[in-house]
Design a protein around this ligand. Structure first.
Ligand code: ADP
Ligand code: MG
Length: 627
């Protein structure tokens, strides 16, 4: 016998065992497993049954539940009904009348398509269905329990379908235990019901729970349906609290209602629907919240009922049977469209003052996220040689602490001298003739005093550096370069922001657009007086996206007519100041060294372009004079 024989025998043995182990599950078990995915609670069962009724063209749907759907969940419709054979087929897995081939998946116009729901429901409950088509004299009665057909016979019944689902999860104790209190399950049922009735105002619905009629919704317009469902408790008619939105573009039709900002409250109703399907969409939610920016009180949320009609092939509803997230191919395009639609609607009702054309110009624009320290452009055009940074009135933090400036009084002369000695960059337009003394470091480490100034021992004396201004000066060079070379690196924002500039400044923004783009801003006009900002210069890091833009705009407005180079310097410096490390930031030794080496490699490191002190050098003599 050769040596491989035992191995072959062993292989054979494995094969036999393998064949023995791997078996196809009986359909009833497969259905039960799948049911766990599709039918998680009475609410999901309700959704599947009512959607089937709507797919069958019903104009009237009655829902009857007992014990929050645990013991009974019945849906009666006047739709097209089923033939005897179809009724039988309907409960088979993947039996559906709605798609025939894979390609149909991408052009869905019905709610169901997987053919899983009925198979799943009858695997975990007892189902009794009576159904009749218009053309049939007799209908079909079918009773199925735990996937087994218990009874099938002809029956006299109304046209349409009557599905009774009894004792949900009777054969899956783990699922039964997983259900919450009746109250919670009822709330889930109602939420599911709202999501359906809000997209089908032309269908009448009733909902009866434990013999009590909870809802009796007549058919009507969308607005009437929303009012009927949510308008019962409000003091003011609900329809008066809503504003219509409308937007037709190539990519989508958007319509619906949003609440006026003053009617925003803590338990707002927020609904998105796409092609008559409820969906959650955090990204589009953000678009709406952005549209309300600056218009809401604390904790208040706007209500919205927003409907998208969109070519089915541009969305993916196939993620998961019970998931409500839907992926859009054109999300980035739709975001600003939605934002604009809501903005426009709010504007039409004079809620956003910028859009009130009659009063335009008289209205002070609300500017979200504006910095409260808007630098004056006088920085750029005039320079007072006796200017002393330690005596500045205003928001400069140097003045915030009087004792601090007093302490440095003896240094005032030294600093003033340095300032006088240096012509301003803005005046000369050329920094090459303003050389600072070359500095040689001692090898001693820099030290930051109180999260503010950096102190550095050098061979020439003691150097004190303002880190914010130093960083701004370094970024200033970078920004100037970007402006010349038009190659600012863009950092895309996850959520575009709205920049309200006001109609008055629109032309100015247009004239600056080239500069903005060169720096790395990605802005597009949204509507009169508003822009969407979808990208910001990468050097801004986590700083507020709008502050820098607004500062540039304000400074340029003040600067007025000016030479190109002057405009560029003003823009670069404003940008640099916004992007520079803020005061009060603790720096690591590495950061300090990086900052120092970049600063000292400049031909002039002493003053900002607006003439403020960046670094002071106290030489030996000056230090002696202090004592
Ligand atoms: P799907 O809805 O994904 O097709 P279902 O399991 O929910 O799968 O339903 C299977 C089939 O049963 C449907 O395709 C439809 O032909 C039929 N059906 C289910 N409910 C109804 C109803 N209320 N009226 C008419 N036909 C129905
Ligand atoms: Mg279905």
């Amino acid at each position: 016998m050769d040596s491989t024989a035992p191995i072959s025998r062993l292989n054979l043995l494995f094969c036999v065992i393998a064949v023995d182990i791997v078996r196809l599950l009986p359909d009833s078990v497969a259905n039960q497993i799948a049911a766990g995915e599709v039918i998680q609670r009475p609410a999901s069962c309700l959704k599947e049954l009512v959607e089937n009724s709507l797919d069958a063209g019903a104009t009237s749907v009655q829902v009857i539940v007992r014990d929050a759907g645990r013991t009974l969940l019945q849906v009666v419709d006047n739709g097209q009904g089923m033939s005897e054979r179809d009724a039988r087929m309907a409960f088979e897995r993947h039996a559906t009348s709605k798609i025939r081939e894979a390609a149909d998946l991408f052009s869905l116009h019905t709610m169901g398509f997987r053919g899983e729901a009925l198979a799943s429901i009858c695997a975990v409950a007892s189902v009794e269905v009576q159904t009749r088509r218009e053309e049939d004299e007799l209908g079909t009665l079918l009773e199925i329990s735990g996937s087994n057909v218990v009874r099938q016979e002809p029956v006299q019944c109304a046209k349409g379908t009557n599905m009774r689902v009894k004792n949900l999860f009777f054969n899956v104790p783990a699922r039964r235990r997983f259900l919450k209190s009746d109250q919670t399950e009822m709330r889930n049922l109602l939420n599911e019901f709202y999501r359906i009735v809000l997209v089908n105002p032309e269908v009448e619905f009733t909902l009866v729970s434990n013999d009590e009629v909870l809802w009796d919704l007549k058919k009507g317009s969308l607005k009437q349906r929303i009012e009927a469902v949510f308008g019962r408790s409000g003091r003011q008619p609900y329809s008066k609290q809503l504003i219509e939105i409308q937007s037709d573009t190539d990519v989508s039709r958007i319509y619906g209602y949003v609440s006026k900002p003053e009617n925003a409250n803590r338990n707002a109703q927020q609904f998105f629907f796409v092609n008559k399907r409820f969906m959650r969409h955090p990204y589009f939610h953000k678009a709406i919240m952005t549209a309300y920016q600056g218009l809401l009180h604390n904790d208040a949320n706007p209500s919205y009922f927003i409907y998208f009609d969109i070519p089915p092939e541009t969305i993916d509803v196939n993620i998961h049977p019970t998931k409500t997230e839907i992926k859009f191919a054109d999300e980035q395009v739709i975001f600003p469209i939605l934002l604009a639609a809501v903005r426009e609607a709010l504007g039409k009702f004079n809620i956003v003052p910028s859009l009130d054309f009659d009063t335009a110009g008289k209205v002070e624009m609300p500017l979200p996220h504006r910095s409260n320290t808007i630098p004056s452009t006088s920085d750029f055009i005039q320079h007072d040689p006796s200017y002393n940074p330690f005596h500045t009135k205003g928001t400069d933090w140097h003045t915030a602490d009087k004792n601090w400036s007093d302490l440095y009084n003896p240094l005032r002369d030294i600093i003033t001298q340095q300032e006088r000695a240096t012509p301003l960059l803005f005046e000369s337009g050329d920094s090459s003739n303003t050389q600072s003394l070359p500095i040689q470091r001692t090898g001693g480490a820099p030290y930051q005093i109180g999260n503010k100034y950096i102190v550095l021992p050098t061979l020439q004396g003691l150097m004190i550096i303002d880190p914010h201004r130093a960083h701004a000066l370094i970024l200033y060079d970078l920004c100037l370069k970007r402006l010349k070379e038009h190659n600012g690196e863009v950092q895309q924002l996850l959520f575009p922001e709205i920049w309200d500039v006001g109609i008055e400044d629109e032309q100015l923004v247009e004239s600056l657009e080239g500069y903005f783009r060169s720096l790395g801003y990605d802005i597009t006009r949204l509507m009169r007086g508003s822009y969407t900002v979808s990208g910001v210069p990468a050097i801004l890091g986590n700083q507020n996206a709008l502050t820098g833009l607004q500062d540039i705009l304000d400074n340029m407005r003040e600067l007025g007519e000016a030479a190109q180079s002057e405009r560029e310097r003003c823009i670069a410096w404003t940008m640099a100041k916004n992007a520079a490390i803020p005061y009060g930031k603790t720096l690591t030794e590495e950061e300090m060294n990086d900052l120092i080496s970049k600063l000292l490699s400049r031909s002039d490191y002493r003053l900002t372009p607006s003439g403020k002190v960046v670094a002071v050098l106290l030489n030996n003599e000056q230090i002696s004079n202090l004592f």
